[in-house]
Design a protein around this ligand. Sequence first.
Ligand SMILES: [Zn+2]
Length: 290
Amino acid sequence: MPLPVFARNPREHAVFSALHMAVVGAGSLGSALIDILARTGVGSLTLIDPEDFAEENIGRHVLTGDSVGKPKVEELRRHVLGINPECHVTAIQARFDVSLLAKTNLIVSTADSFQAASLVNGYALRENVPAVFGGVWGEASVAEIVYVVPRKTPCYECYGAFRRNVVIPPDARRYTDPSFDDTRIPGQAGLWANILIAAGLGFQAILGLMGIRDTLRHPGNVWLMNISDPHCPFQPLALTVGEVKKGCAVCDPMSLEELLSQNLASCPDISQFDPRGEMREDEGEKGLVG
Ligand SMILES: [Zn+2]
């Protein structure tokens, strides 16, 4: 007998209650997606994020002042149980590491670090689990959702490898904190309303991946929405679907072999050849959206 909580979405609850999903990153977008998943009735949730909730987070998060100074994942666990006491929630206060995670039906990354997104991508490909990557650009004025179905779509690395080289302003902590993540993007301004649009869009991809909505019929697996940027070339509040060529060495071993054969002449010793170096050279093309 389903809880009255799910009286408005019994069909989605019936499917979601049997699923285990992981969310990596419990910042603004992660918190909104966790809230949505809880209200849809997901059966099990694993939440992974290293940070404590701070006052500066309150204006753009589902948590409130009561949570300041406490681990985001623990507080979100409490939040989820307040919506659905039957949800099995595992809160892990740490940076993402594949060893932290048992088999899931779906993994979501909203981490503001390319390193973390890349690790989630590796987990998804290895475990053959679909993944959704969510983020926002600028002051949360453009939403970006990338979904990955292992062996079927291009992976996150195919699309986002150019981000390895994005220049992030230096942070003094890199010299003092040995575990400081250099690929982490610093916090930016941006409205909660825009985050909610991005989270709602990401959830449409999740519905498609779980097979209960026909939302993945577009040929590309990169979704971009111009929420409030007057200078953005994308039509306001419409979905722009980006085409990405499958072909990074991470998700497509054939392309690794091709790269190797192309490079054998200039680099006869295979052990000396770094395919990732090759990938980085044509990043411009791969980062483009159609
Ligand atoms: Zn790939």
